[in-house]
Design a protein around this ligand. Structure first.
Ligand code: HEM
Length: 536
């Protein structure tokens, strides 16, 4: 009996193999290959057409204007082109389809939002605080903490971190900001005054210099000491490799953001991006492991218990974190604060200096204010909170800069439920919403002649009558930037030191620069400036 069964089984297997061989033979014929290929293609087109038109999401999204789309690839062809042209393509999209439109990344729909009313509807709500799906690719920089977390975890983290970002706690931070700003001024003095900047070969004139790396290193020192209470001395050259790594990794993020079809892991690796990205992020991780090493945390605990090394009144972020259950949690939060806090403020300051260089008459007003508030002499002076409160025009210049060059150019949210808009349209549950902050800021309904650099837009009376969500460089609502006040104090303090000592000029024009949307807003080419001592 068993023999009969096994021989039948054997026959069946042999029969199956023969059938497969026949099928392979058939499939080898070119006509059949073309037919099967065509069949699969049509099937794929029909499936993708069905997803883009018949699903619940698609039917609800039909109420919104939509970017042109094709079966299978969706609106991806509109993304082809250099990363530098992405910002102008968003602007063209806004012009063609309005301030809320749908964009299909293959079969995945996104809603691009740059309308202040729609922004307010989503960002002001405590319900719509879930981040979009794409944040995991930023984990190397931002850690696995507040910025990338969702739901219950986010609420816990926000509750834990919020007290340490209270304005009253920043008194001590000013000590750090003053100390490292003075070091920065000394370094810049060497670069520009002691002739270390390269001469322009053609005219023998001083060549403009990219200040961004100097500003980044200074902001790393600010954040390092504010977070840990320990001086990591990033402005010395030891960490030069680190910035290189960060900028390489940011370039990889730019590629990911602007060419999402490359980010399928296998394609990413085949094109060699994976290797490059790993090498770049490894440099950053190395530094992160060093600064947020548990031994540093222990050292900080020791300083606090001995109370001998801490600057009086200074409470670094880590003090608020020492209640965390594990050192691993503390390390994660420190990583997030670092990642969020250095490139953003370095960019904000670089763009402010650039726009003041292009507008010497406005720069003169800043200098006048600095002379009035801080005194004309170049004597060593620490900027205090009282000074900062009086530096109103400088603050208006920074705010206007963040409107035109918001360092964090875009944010993502996921619709955890249907979101009805005032217009009658409903954002369907599950769709990712993409907010381009610079494009929100360039709406002429809220900022007439939007491209013009005009700090007076931030006079109190002008702000009072403006739409509350027309200006959102730090995002807005319950999930806004926790470091907003910290960032403003830090940028004002550091810029007042730089501008007290130097006049800033540039040979570049605004039109020479292309805006590049990545994780941080960049320009191509990089901004280059010349600093001249004011006392000369
Ligand atoms: C000019 C400087 C800065 C700008 C323009 C800026 C902008 C932003 C934006 C737009 C977000 C929202 C991100 C999103 O929803 O995806 C954000 C979140 C955040 N920022 Fe900033 N930021 C700046 C500086 C800082 C600094 C210096 C720190 C820390 C010291 C910081 C800490 C954070 C944190 C922790 C979050 C996450 C908040 C949450 O999800 O609850 N930021 N920032």
């Amino acid at each position: 009996m068993n023999d009969t069964l096994s021989s039948i089984g054997m026959d069946l297997i042999l029969h199956g193999i023969r059938e497969l061989q026949d099928l392979r033979g058939v499939l080898r014929r070119p006509q059949i290959q073309v037919t099967v290929g065509l069949f699969l293609f049509v099937l794929l087109c029909l499936t993708s057409y069905a997803i883009m038109t018949l699903t619940r999401k698609a039917r609800m999204l039909r109420k919104f204007p939509a970017a042109w789309k094709l079966p299978i690839v969706g609106s991806i062809p509109l993304m082809l082109g250099s990363p530098e042209s992405m910002s102008s393509r968003v602007a063209i999209g806004t012009w063609l389809w309005g301030r809320v439109f749908t964009f299909w990344l293959s079969h995945i729909p996104y809603l691009v939002i740059t309308d202040a009313d729609a922004v307010q509807k989503v960002l002001s709500s405590t319900k719509y605080i879930e981040k979009g799906k794409n944040y995991n690719q930023f984990e190397w920089l931002l850690g696995n903490g507040l910025i990338t977390s969702n739901g219950h975890m986010w609420k816990e983290d926000r509750r834990l971190l919020s007290p340490s970002f209270k304005y009253q706690r920043f008194d001590g931070f000013l000590t750090y900001f003053n100390k490292h700003s003075k070091i920065l001024v000394e370094i810049l003095d060497k670069v520009f005054v002691e002739g270390n900047s390269k001469k322009d070969k053609s005219g023998g004139k001083e060549k403009d210099v990219n200040l961004h790396p100097y500003l980044s290193r200074a902001t790393m020192d600010f954040i390092s000491e504010s977070a840990l209470g320990l001086d990591s001395n990033f402005q010395s050259d030891i960490h030069a490799k680190f910035l290189e790594g960060v900028h390489m990794a940011l370039a990889a993020v730019r590629t990911r953001v602007t060419r999402p079809w490359l980010t399928v892991p296998i394609i990413w690796d085949i094109f060699g991006f994976g290797k490059e990205e790993k090498a770049a992020t490894a440099v950053f991780s190395e530094i992160m492991n060093e600064v947020s090493d548990p031994t540093n945390i222990l050292k900080r605990r020791e300083i606090l218990s001995n109370n001998d090394g801490a600057i009086a009144g200074t409470k670094p972020f880590i003090d608020a974190l020492l209640d965390c259950k594990s050192n691993k949690d503390i390390t994660g939060h420190i990583h997030t604060i670092f990642g969020a806090g250095f490139e953003t403020t370095a960019s904000g300051m670089n763009y402010t200096l650039f726009l003041l260089a292009l507008n010497p008459h406005l720069q003169a007003k800043v200098h006048e204010e600095l002379d009035q508030v801080l005194g004309k002499t170049s004597e060593d002076l620490d900027v205090t909170f009282a000074h900062l409160a009086d530096l109103k025009y400088l603050e208006m210049c920074i705010k206007e800069t963040l409107r035109l060059f918001p360092p964090a150019p875009a944010i993502l949210r996921n619709a955890v439920e249907d979101i009805p808009l005032e217009t009658g349209q409903v954002i369907p549950k599950g769709v990712d919403m993409l907010f381009f902050l610079r494009d929100v800021h360039l709406d002429p309904r809220h900022f007439p002649n939007p491209g013009k650099f005009d700090p007076d837009r931030f006079l109190p009376e002008a702000c009072a009558s403006r739409h509350p969500y027309a200006y959102i460089p730090f995002s807005a609502g319950p999930r806004n930037c926790l470091g907003l006040k910290y960032a403003m104090v830090q940028m004002k303090c550091c810029l007042s030191h730089i501008l007290r000592h130097f006049k800033v000029s540039t040979q570049q024009k605004r039109d020479d620069l292309k805006i590049v949307y990545g994780m941080v807003l960049e320009t191509s080419p990089a901004i280059e400036l010349t600093l001249t001592p004011r006392e000369q």
